[in-house]
Design a protein around this ligand. Structure first.
Ligand SMILES: *[C@@H]1O[C@H](CO)[C@@H](O)[C@H](O)[C@H]1NC(C)=O
Length: 439
């Protein structure tokens, strides 16, 4: 009997051990519901993903600038058309699934109040109580399992090139590489954020609700996250370790946007890669099992000029900002995986010339940096494009990395930019599947 008990205890431990890299946190951007055309993701499409996801993060709620309360950014959809309830009720069919409501992200854009997230921290306690009560009410009333804070902190300054100024500038380029102080009060804001998260957690704890953090791209963790203190407060952290370079931030040069490791070269910043970000959290004592590596399902696309050259090897110089928006993504400089796949060589486009010619894909046999595809400006091609992205293989490499590092798993940003219709090879959600398979 004792032996049996002991054996089952060992078996439990083994099961718990293999559970380390098992989280697959799927972000669902509900604004995809109101996109036009093939980018529109409806609930039957969403459902197909749920067999693979352990968590669904419903994005995004926002912060009201007048009273700092949490609110739906699309009440018509979320509340009057019952999308909050429709999505949380999918848990009945997928009982393993936890659904969290996310506040912030890059979706709560408010040009008149760009600092409202900082103002919430700086305000009197009553302001934070108002936020906490309103966020709790959304979570509770609509059946969410918890809250995700995709908190908007000031972003680090982009790395800049001044190639045309000459090499004298280049040698002191460090001055231009993000060592700027973007927030002289960051130490204070870090302290305030920890206290705020503690209060949020206190409101959720009695109901057993989850709390997670999303670290947004280009938010410097050193400045804003008191990692040892947060460890006791949050259930997990999703590190959005991509968008290190984007056409909006880095219009004049294109590079890998979410490499796992730093491609060795003096022109690159040590912290613009997933490994650096992950190691930072781990070095600060955050448990690896609570850390999920963020992987994007879209690519960042730059417009090439004649001066960008024909080779396409990053760092690509003399780019001209964002490439044209995709018909599905509807955002300049951003192409969903389905859109990128459609631009690669296939039986329909392989003989097309000029601006309709397929992009040339360059994979990464080292599995360290990711894939890119491009079409240089040359002869009849005036519409040059260079795009960095993770295809299913690249995403799978990141899942493998998460396993090697014993991370909790992977967080996918987001379902609506994966090929949810199976336009590429017939498989729906190929990136999601590749990650799931590898975890
Ligand atoms: C934060 O920025 C500093 C430069 O100001 C950099 O040295 C550090 O590595 C960054 N930390 C992270 C976690 O990115």
């Amino acid at each position: 009997m004792k032996v049996l008990l002991w054996l089952s205890a060992v078996a439990c431990l083994l099961v718990a051990g293999t559970e380390a890299a098992s989280n697959l946190v799927c972000y669902y951007d509900s604004s995809s519901y109101v996109r036009e055309g093939l980018g529109k993701l409806l609930n039957p499409d969403l459902e197909i993903a749920l067999q693979f996801c352990t968590h669904l993060v419903y994005g995004y709620a926002g912060l009201r600038a007048d009273n700092y309360q949490a609110h739906s950014l699309n009440e018509n959809l979320d509340i009057y058309k019952h999308q909050y309830s429709e999505v949380t009720s999918l848990k009945r069919k997928y009982p393993h699934l936890k659904v969290l409501l996310s506040v912030g992200g890059d979706h709560d854009i408010d040009v008149e109040h760009p600092n409202k997230y900082i103002e919430l921290l700086e305000g009197e306690k009553v302001r934070q109580v108002g936020f906490i009560q309103s966020a709790f009410a959304l979570v509770k009333n609509y059946g969410f399992d918890g809250l995700d804070l995709a908190y908007q902190f000031p972003r680090n300054k982009p790395r800049k090139v001044h190639g045309d100024v000459g090499s004298a500038w280049k040698s002191i380029k460090k001055l231009f590489t993000g060592d700027f102080i973007v927030d002289p009060q960051s130490a204070l804001h870090k302290e305030q954020f920890t206290a705020f998260v503690r209060d949020v957690k206190d409101s959720l704890r009695p109901d057993g609700l989850l709390l997670s953090l999303t670290v947004l791209p280009n938010v410097n963790s050193t400045w804003y996250f008191d990692i040892p203190a947060l460890n006791g407060l949050v259930d997990f952290v999703n590190l959005a370790a991509f968008d290190f370079l984007t056409p909006a931030r880095n219009p004049e040069e294109a590079d890998f946007t979410g490499p796992i490791y730093n491609p060795e070269s003096k022109d690159r910043l040590a912290h613009y890669n997933a490994d650096f970000q992950v190691n930072y959290w781990l070095q600060q004592g955050f448990p690896s099992s609570k850390l999920n590596l963020g992987v994007s399902t879209y690519g960042n696309a730059w417009k090439l000029t004649a001066d960008s050259g024909l080779e396409g090897v990053p760092v690509v110089p003399h780019t001209d900002g964002a490439a044209k928006e995709g018909s599905q993504s509807q955002k300049p400089g951003l192409l969903s995986y389905a859109e990128i796949c459609g631009k690669l060589s296939n039986p329909q486009n392989q003989y097309l010339k000029g601006n309709d010619a397929p992009l040339r894909r360059v994979t990464d046999p080292t599995k360290r940096f990711g894939t890119y595809a491009f079409r240089p400006v040359d002869g009849a091609v005036t519409d040059g494009i260079w795009v960095s992205y993770d295809d299913p293989d690249g995403a799978s490499n990141k899942a493998a990395y998460a396993r090697v590092k014993n991370l909790g798993g992977v967080a996918l940003f987001d379902l609506s930019y994966d090929d949810f219709r199976g336009q590429c090879t017939g498989d729906k959600y190929p990136i999601l599947r590749a990650v799931k398979y590898r975890l």
